[in-house]
Design a protein around this ligand. Structure first.
Ligand code: DGL
Length: 279
Protein backbone atom coordinates (compact mmCIF):
# COMPACT_ATOMS: atom_id res chain seq x y z
CA UNK A 1 0.00 0.00 0.00
CA UNK A 2 1.32 3.49 -0.87
CA UNK A 3 1.98 6.00 1.97
CA UNK A 4 -1.24 7.64 3.12
CA UNK A 5 -1.56 11.42 2.93
CA UNK A 6 -1.67 13.13 6.36
CA UNK A 7 -3.24 16.47 5.42
CA UNK A 8 -7.02 16.96 5.89
CA UNK A 9 -9.16 15.22 3.27
CA UNK A 10 -12.71 14.57 2.13
CA UNK A 11 -15.09 12.13 3.80
CA UNK A 12 -15.22 8.94 1.72
CA UNK A 13 -18.61 7.40 0.93
CA UNK A 14 -18.49 3.92 -0.57
CA UNK A 15 -21.19 1.78 -2.13
CA UNK A 16 -21.29 -1.23 -4.41
CA UNK A 17 -23.08 0.96 -6.95
CA UNK A 18 -25.58 3.79 -7.07
CA UNK A 19 -27.63 3.07 -3.96
CA UNK A 20 -25.19 4.84 -1.64
CA UNK A 21 -26.12 8.07 -3.41
CA UNK A 22 -29.37 8.01 -1.40
CA UNK A 23 -27.22 8.08 1.74
CA UNK A 24 -24.77 10.67 0.38
CA UNK A 25 -27.58 13.07 -0.49
CA UNK A 26 -28.99 12.90 3.06
CA UNK A 27 -25.48 13.37 4.53
CA UNK A 28 -24.77 16.37 2.27
CA UNK A 29 -28.14 17.82 3.20
CA UNK A 30 -27.25 17.76 6.89
CA UNK A 31 -23.50 18.43 6.57
CA UNK A 32 -23.15 20.58 3.42
CA UNK A 33 -19.89 22.24 4.50
CA UNK A 34 -17.78 19.05 4.24
CA UNK A 35 -15.91 17.68 1.20
CA UNK A 36 -16.88 14.21 -0.03
CA UNK A 37 -15.61 11.53 -2.39
CA UNK A 38 -18.24 9.04 -3.55
CA UNK A 39 -16.92 5.75 -4.87
CA UNK A 40 -19.27 3.26 -6.57
CA UNK A 41 -17.97 -0.18 -7.49
CA UNK A 42 -20.56 -0.37 -10.26
CA UNK A 43 -18.53 -2.75 -12.41
CA UNK A 44 -18.79 -5.45 -9.71
CA UNK A 45 -22.26 -4.66 -8.31
CA UNK A 46 -24.51 -6.07 -7.05
CA UNK A 47 -22.78 -7.23 -3.88
CA UNK A 48 -26.01 -8.67 -2.43
CA UNK A 49 -25.66 -12.23 -3.77
CA UNK A 50 -21.85 -12.38 -3.35
CA UNK A 51 -20.00 -14.41 -0.70
CA UNK A 52 -18.63 -12.97 2.53
CA UNK A 53 -15.03 -13.34 1.28
CA UNK A 54 -15.63 -11.49 -1.98
CA UNK A 55 -17.60 -8.62 -0.41
CA UNK A 56 -14.85 -8.25 2.20
CA UNK A 57 -12.08 -8.25 -0.43
CA UNK A 58 -13.82 -5.73 -2.69
CA UNK A 59 -14.76 -3.44 0.21
CA UNK A 60 -11.21 -3.49 1.58
CA UNK A 61 -9.87 -2.50 -1.84
CA UNK A 62 -12.28 0.44 -1.92
CA UNK A 63 -11.41 1.56 1.62
CA UNK A 64 -7.68 1.43 0.82
CA UNK A 65 -8.22 3.50 -2.31
CA UNK A 66 -10.28 6.11 -0.47
CA UNK A 67 -7.55 6.39 2.19
CA UNK A 68 -4.95 6.84 -0.59
CA UNK A 69 -7.17 9.60 -2.05
CA UNK A 70 -6.82 11.43 1.27
CA UNK A 71 -9.92 10.35 3.22
CA UNK A 72 -9.45 9.90 6.98
CA UNK A 73 -13.03 8.80 7.48
CA UNK A 74 -14.92 6.38 5.21
CA UNK A 75 -18.63 5.57 5.42
CA UNK A 76 -19.67 2.20 4.00
CA UNK A 77 -22.97 3.47 2.56
CA UNK A 78 -23.88 -0.09 1.62
CA UNK A 79 -25.70 -2.45 3.94
CA UNK A 80 -24.18 -5.54 2.35
CA UNK A 81 -20.63 -4.22 2.78
CA UNK A 82 -21.46 -3.00 6.31
CA UNK A 83 -22.86 -6.46 7.14
CA UNK A 84 -20.09 -8.55 5.62
CA UNK A 85 -16.91 -6.46 5.74
CA UNK A 86 -17.07 -3.64 8.29
CA UNK A 87 -16.18 -5.55 11.44
CA UNK A 88 -13.24 -7.41 9.84
CA UNK A 89 -11.86 -4.18 8.38
CA UNK A 90 -12.23 -2.32 11.70
CA UNK A 91 -10.67 -5.09 13.77
CA UNK A 92 -8.10 -6.71 11.47
CA UNK A 93 -7.08 -4.25 8.75
CA UNK A 94 -7.40 -0.73 10.12
CA UNK A 95 -4.74 -1.06 12.86
CA UNK A 96 -2.14 -2.14 10.25
CA UNK A 97 -3.13 0.57 7.73
CA UNK A 98 -3.43 3.62 9.97
CA UNK A 99 -4.82 3.40 13.49
CA UNK A 100 -6.12 7.01 13.24
CA UNK A 101 -8.37 6.45 10.22
CA UNK A 102 -11.91 5.24 10.67
CA UNK A 103 -14.50 3.23 8.75
CA UNK A 104 -18.17 3.44 9.78
CA UNK A 105 -21.23 1.58 8.48
CA UNK A 106 -24.96 2.12 8.10
CA UNK A 107 -26.41 -0.73 10.15
CA UNK A 108 -25.50 0.48 13.64
CA UNK A 109 -27.05 3.99 13.19
CA UNK A 110 -30.23 2.38 11.85
CA UNK A 111 -30.38 -0.12 14.72
CA UNK A 112 -29.90 2.74 17.21
CA UNK A 113 -32.95 4.65 15.97
CA UNK A 114 -35.36 1.74 15.88
CA UNK A 115 -36.09 1.67 19.63
CA UNK A 116 -38.04 4.92 19.32
CA UNK A 117 -39.94 3.91 16.19
CA UNK A 118 -41.78 0.75 17.27
CA UNK A 119 -44.52 0.39 19.86
CA UNK A 120 -45.28 -3.30 19.31
CA UNK A 121 -41.52 -4.10 19.65
CA UNK A 122 -41.81 -6.20 16.47
CA UNK A 123 -39.63 -4.91 13.65
CA UNK A 124 -39.15 -6.05 10.04
CA UNK A 125 -36.04 -5.66 7.90
CA UNK A 126 -36.16 -5.66 4.10
CA UNK A 127 -32.69 -6.09 2.57
CA UNK A 128 -30.49 -8.01 0.14
CA UNK A 129 -29.96 -11.75 0.60
CA UNK A 130 -26.42 -11.08 1.85
CA UNK A 131 -27.52 -8.63 4.54
CA UNK A 132 -30.36 -10.87 5.76
CA UNK A 133 -28.15 -13.98 5.80
CA UNK A 134 -25.49 -12.16 7.83
CA UNK A 135 -28.10 -11.48 10.57
CA UNK A 136 -26.31 -8.16 11.20
CA UNK A 137 -29.54 -6.24 11.82
CA UNK A 138 -30.79 -8.90 14.21
CA UNK A 139 -27.51 -8.86 16.16
CA UNK A 140 -27.17 -5.06 16.30
CA UNK A 141 -30.81 -4.48 17.27
CA UNK A 142 -30.72 -7.22 19.92
CA UNK A 143 -27.56 -5.70 21.43
CA UNK A 144 -29.24 -2.30 21.82
CA UNK A 145 -32.88 -3.33 22.32
CA UNK A 146 -33.10 -6.93 23.64
CA UNK A 147 -36.91 -6.73 23.86
CA UNK A 148 -37.40 -6.22 20.10
CA UNK A 149 -38.30 -9.17 17.83
CA UNK A 150 -36.65 -8.84 14.42
CA UNK A 151 -37.84 -10.57 11.22
CA UNK A 152 -35.80 -10.25 8.03
CA UNK A 153 -36.99 -10.69 4.46
CA UNK A 154 -34.55 -10.88 1.53
CA UNK A 155 -35.77 -9.07 -1.60
CA UNK A 156 -33.29 -10.18 -4.28
CA UNK A 157 -35.14 -8.56 -7.19
CA UNK A 158 -35.54 -5.09 -5.75
CA UNK A 159 -31.99 -3.89 -6.53
CA UNK A 160 -32.21 -4.98 -10.20
CA UNK A 161 -35.60 -3.20 -10.45
CA UNK A 162 -33.95 0.04 -9.32
CA UNK A 163 -30.73 -0.43 -11.33
CA UNK A 164 -32.82 -1.04 -14.47
CA UNK A 165 -34.95 2.02 -13.90
CA UNK A 166 -38.11 -0.07 -13.35
CA UNK A 167 -38.72 1.08 -9.77
CA UNK A 168 -41.67 3.34 -10.64
CA UNK A 169 -43.16 1.12 -13.38
CA UNK A 170 -46.25 -1.08 -12.85
CA UNK A 171 -44.15 -4.28 -13.21
CA UNK A 172 -42.41 -3.53 -9.91
CA UNK A 173 -45.67 -3.71 -7.94
CA UNK A 174 -45.87 -7.50 -7.95
CA UNK A 175 -42.40 -7.94 -6.45
CA UNK A 176 -42.82 -5.18 -3.90
CA UNK A 177 -46.13 -6.57 -2.70
CA UNK A 178 -44.84 -10.17 -2.63
CA UNK A 179 -42.08 -9.43 -0.12
CA UNK A 180 -44.20 -7.14 2.06
CA UNK A 181 -46.92 -9.81 2.27
CA UNK A 182 -44.35 -12.49 3.10
CA UNK A 183 -42.75 -10.38 5.82
CA UNK A 184 -46.04 -9.48 7.47
CA UNK A 185 -47.38 -13.02 7.29
CA UNK A 186 -44.29 -14.21 9.18
CA UNK A 187 -44.86 -11.65 11.94
CA UNK A 188 -48.23 -9.83 11.84
CA UNK A 189 -47.26 -7.77 14.91
CA UNK A 190 -44.63 -5.78 12.99
CA UNK A 191 -45.28 -2.02 13.20
CA UNK A 192 -41.95 -0.69 11.85
CA UNK A 193 -40.00 -1.83 8.78
CA UNK A 194 -36.39 -0.86 8.08
CA UNK A 195 -35.38 -0.41 4.45
CA UNK A 196 -32.01 -2.12 4.98
CA UNK A 197 -30.68 -1.52 1.48
CA UNK A 198 -29.56 1.77 0.02
CA UNK A 199 -31.54 1.21 -3.22
CA UNK A 200 -34.90 0.78 -1.55
CA UNK A 201 -35.70 4.48 -0.90
CA UNK A 202 -36.46 4.70 -4.63
CA UNK A 203 -39.19 2.09 -4.12
CA UNK A 204 -40.53 4.03 -1.11
CA UNK A 205 -43.83 5.18 -2.72
CA UNK A 206 -44.66 1.63 -3.82
CA UNK A 207 -43.56 0.12 -0.50
CA UNK A 208 -45.81 2.59 1.37
CA UNK A 209 -48.69 1.83 -1.00
CA UNK A 210 -48.62 -1.88 -0.08
CA UNK A 211 -47.71 -1.51 3.59
CA UNK A 212 -50.66 -1.33 6.04
CA UNK A 213 -51.04 2.25 7.32
CA UNK A 214 -50.12 1.38 10.94
CA UNK A 215 -46.62 0.21 9.83
CA UNK A 216 -43.87 2.86 9.75
CA UNK A 217 -41.49 2.49 6.79
CA UNK A 218 -37.96 3.61 7.69
CA UNK A 219 -35.44 4.72 5.05
CA UNK A 220 -32.06 4.96 6.78
CA UNK A 221 -30.40 8.00 5.12
CA UNK A 222 -31.43 10.60 7.70
CA UNK A 223 -30.40 8.39 10.63
CA UNK A 224 -26.99 7.71 9.08
CA UNK A 225 -26.52 11.44 8.46
CA UNK A 226 -27.48 12.35 12.05
CA UNK A 227 -25.21 9.67 13.42
CA UNK A 228 -22.29 11.02 11.35
CA UNK A 229 -22.94 14.54 12.59
CA UNK A 230 -22.94 13.26 16.15
CA UNK A 231 -19.75 11.26 15.53
CA UNK A 232 -17.91 14.34 14.22
CA UNK A 233 -19.09 16.36 17.24
CA UNK A 234 -17.82 13.67 19.63
CA UNK A 235 -14.51 13.29 17.74
CA UNK A 236 -13.13 16.81 17.14
CA UNK A 237 -9.74 15.31 16.22
CA UNK A 238 -11.41 13.56 13.25
CA UNK A 239 -13.50 16.63 12.42
CA UNK A 240 -10.27 18.65 12.09
CA UNK A 241 -9.02 16.12 9.54
CA UNK A 242 -12.10 16.57 7.33
CA UNK A 243 -11.94 19.25 4.63
CA UNK A 244 -14.79 21.76 4.60
CA UNK A 245 -15.08 23.43 1.22
CA UNK A 246 -18.43 21.89 0.18
CA UNK A 247 -16.91 19.93 -2.74
CA UNK A 248 -17.95 16.49 -3.92
CA UNK A 249 -16.13 14.21 -6.36
CA UNK A 250 -17.52 10.99 -7.86
CA UNK A 251 -15.62 7.87 -8.93
CA UNK A 252 -16.89 4.68 -10.50
CA UNK A 253 -15.34 1.38 -11.57
CA UNK A 254 -17.77 1.35 -14.54
CA UNK A 255 -17.95 3.72 -17.48
CA UNK A 256 -18.30 7.40 -16.69
CA UNK A 257 -21.23 7.87 -19.08
CA UNK A 258 -23.16 4.99 -17.55
CA UNK A 259 -22.59 6.30 -14.03
CA UNK A 260 -23.62 9.83 -14.95
CA UNK A 261 -26.83 8.62 -16.58
CA UNK A 262 -27.86 6.22 -13.79
CA UNK A 263 -26.80 8.60 -11.01
CA UNK A 264 -29.33 11.10 -12.33
CA UNK A 265 -32.05 8.71 -11.01
CA UNK A 266 -30.65 9.21 -7.50
CA UNK A 267 -29.46 12.84 -7.64
CA UNK A 268 -31.17 15.89 -9.04
CA UNK A 269 -28.10 17.75 -10.30
CA UNK A 270 -25.42 17.07 -12.94
CA UNK A 271 -22.13 15.64 -11.62
CA UNK A 272 -18.51 15.21 -12.67
CA UNK A 273 -17.35 11.58 -12.60
CA UNK A 274 -14.02 9.81 -13.07
CA UNK A 275 -13.41 6.13 -13.75
CA UNK A 276 -10.99 4.09 -11.60
CA UNK A 277 -9.86 0.50 -11.26
CA UNK A 278 -9.99 -1.23 -7.87
CA UNK A 279 -7.50 -4.02 -7.18
N1 DGL B 1 -25.97 -1.09 -1.77
C1 DGL B 1 -26.38 -2.42 -1.46
C2 DGL B 1 -26.96 -2.48 -0.03
O1 DGL B 1 -27.26 -1.47 0.57
C3 DGL B 1 -27.37 -2.98 -2.43
C4 DGL B 1 -26.84 -3.23 -3.80
C5 DGL B 1 -26.01 -4.48 -3.95
O2 DGL B 1 -26.52 -5.61 -3.79
O3 DGL B 1 -24.84 -4.31 -4.29
O4 DGL B 1 -27.12 -3.56 0.48
Amino acid sequence: MTALPCRPGPIGVFDSGYGGLTILSRIRNLLPEYDYIYLGDNARAPYGPRSFEIVYEFTLQAVRRLFEMGCHLVILACNTASAKALRSIQQNDLPGMDANRRVLGVIRPTAECIGGLTRSRHVGVLATAGTIKSESYLLEIKKLHPDITVTGEACPLWVPLVENNEFDKPGADYFVRQHIDRLLSRDPLIDAVILGCTHYPLLYPKICAYMPPHVTVIPQGDYVARSLKDYLRRHPEMDERCLKQSRCRFYTTESVEKFRESASIFLDCPIEVESIVLE
